[in-house]
Design a protein around this ligand. Structure first.
Ligand code: ZN
Length: 238
């Protein structure tokens, strides 16, 4: 049996694919229908979705630069509320967790100790419309409940591209080169996704890398739960 991972604010499943590749049974939750999501999907409010029955949780709350996805009755709160709410909720859950967001000053303030991943560390990229290869520069911050060995970013000074949507800005405060749909899918490693889905996602390579390290922290947890439920005869004798 695979450990179960709950994927909150899942969109089209970029993060999900990486965790599935790392060996997790993934279930996604999003407040908008996601017909392209490749795993079990529940339509609902990820800010309050129950965590019971899962061995680990990933959350990508929509950031202030994204189109705001809010729960019912929270129209005046926005994502400035959603990210700290999610961090507090997962930290108090006792479950191993991964929280992801864009690299911005506001996000850094909410996620001290977060580490950054870049497509350059995973060989991600695609050719642009002129046939020139560009590295996928997609800096994302991750806050985890367990230590992660982080590969260095090597995109500086390289020909880079990105996938931008909903007002997100590229390098140097402006929009850098944005991949067209097919190149975006190739660079992200998300052949099933729409262009907008790619713009909202993190590459599966990121979460596969994190997921393989997360697995070491989930399995002892799962083993402890199952041994508590079924005491062995040795334990009964002692
Ligand atoms: Zn980089």
């Amino acid at each position: 049996m695979k450990p179960r991972l709950l994927d909150l604010f899942c969109c089209e499943g970029g993060a999900a694919r990486g965790y599935a590749d790392a060996g997790f049974d993934v279930t996604g939750v999003d407040i908008e229908p996601q017909p392209r999501y490749p795993y079990t999907f529940h339509l609902g409010d990820a800010a309050s979705w129950p965590l019971d029955g899962y061995d680990a949780v990933h959350a990508s709350p929509p950031c202030e630069d994204h189109s705001v996805t809010m729960g019912f009755g929270m129209a005046d709160r926005g994502t400035g509320w959603l990210l700290p709410h999610t961090i507090e909720r997962l930290q108090s859950s006792g479950l191993p967790y991964v929280i992801e967001n864009v690299e911005s000053r506001a996000v850094k303030a909410h996620m001290p100790g977060a580490f950054r991943l870049c497509g350059s560390a995973f060989g991600l990229g695609a050719c642009d419309s002129k046939g020139q290869y560009r590295i996928l520069r997609r800096h994302r911050l991750f806050l985890t409940s367990f230590p992660v060995a982080v590969p260095p970013c090597t995109c500086r000074g390289q020909l880079v591209g990105g996938i931008y949507g909903h007002g997100e800005q590229g390098a140097n405060g402006g929009r850098g080169y944005g991949f067209a749909a097919d190149s975006a899918r190739e660079a992200m490693g998300m052949p099933w996704a729409s262009r907008d889905g790619c713009a909202e996602a993190i590459p599966p390579a990121y979460t596969r890398f994190i997921g393989e390290q997360l697995m070491a922290h989930v399995l002892p947890f799962a083993a402890a739960v199952s041994s508590a439920a079924q005491p062995t005869t040795t334990e009964e004798a002692s």
